[in-house]
Ligand binder design. Sequence first.
Ligand code: ADP
Ligand code: MG
Length: 380
Amino acid sequence: MSNITVCARFRPLSSKEKKDSRDNICISSLNSESFVFKEEKEECTFSFDKVFYEESMQADVYEFLALPIVKDAVKGVNGTIITYGQTGAGKTYSVEGTSILECDEQKKGLLPRVVDGLFECIKSADELTKYTVKLSMVEIYMEKVRDLLDLTKDNIQIKENKMQEILLSGVTEITISDPEGALQSLSVRQSCLITLSYSTTTTLLIRLGHLMWTEMNVGSSRSHCVYILTVQLESTTDKRVKTGKVILVDLAGSEKVEKSGAEGKVLEEAKTINKSLSALGNVINALTCGPSARSSHIPFRDSKLTRILQDALGGNSRTVLLCCCSPSPSNALETLSTLRFGMRAKHIKASPLVSRREDRHAKKHEDITLTKDESCDRIL
Ligand code: ADP
Ligand code: MG
């Protein structure tokens, strides 16, 4: 069932890395899906659904991994994009660009492009649906969920409703468009309305971004940042309401903290981050290992991160994992660990087992023969 697309992205060498490594990089590309990773002594080949090398553009990343999700969201299907990797690997660059205030069109990250994309799709959608787009932003720091649109709400509770949807209790949701009636017919006036609300949206995001950058006192690499764009679709004929969510997650840095190097608060932060990233890995494993292996238990409740992502990961949704990496030999070990995290999700899906499992999933979770351990043995 779990429909996980796993991509790797290598950023260019930083100027410091260039000095240290004299332009050496630890990967050599085979094609747009595979590369050879060179460590000191060993070489191994990695394959993903797509590999974005250092020259790749933000627009390429958006088109491959986010556009399908955007198109689905306006049909009421959830999608989640998760960026994973060590601090400095390019997660925030991928999600936001160099800053959310980014004016350079080419550098715009996934978040502003997703907003653009949603409104583009809504503009060309049928006139029998009324769309409302809402935005929430939260941060998970030390297992506490904080509302980035209202910093006084620093302990948001995660609840599940009868429809098994995950809700952030009391979280601020801003309607970033009010296309009331706008799509009922494709008249000029209505398309103007959308253009208007679209530019308002951009301004709003810029203002929110500014707020975030100036008021957030928790370093982004030590917290998980979650952006939730909810598209509500209301049928103008029978008034039925559906929602599609696009969730973008800029994870905390996945680097291991040397036992000797960290103490006190930093060590506590690192432990909490490692715990929640492991919980994410376990959930991805449990989901990709198939229904029989699930034994009906997916450990969503092991961390706030996985709990928030529960309906996005486990429900009717597409998930993309973008493994962000440095190409520098000086970061080889962390890069390897990131790539392995990605492979855990990717490999099982690519095996014949999965196509069977996916078929079976279509028939509502019939049993499969492999156990979790057997299928997980194949991961690496
Ligand atoms: P992370 O969020 O993973 O800690 P950042 O996204 O902040 O890392 O990236 C670290 C630095 O590398 C930033 O200065 C960023 O602008 C730069 N960078 C990251 N990815 C790219 C890329 N694909 N192209 C150009 N610069 C990048
Ligand atoms: Mg970051």
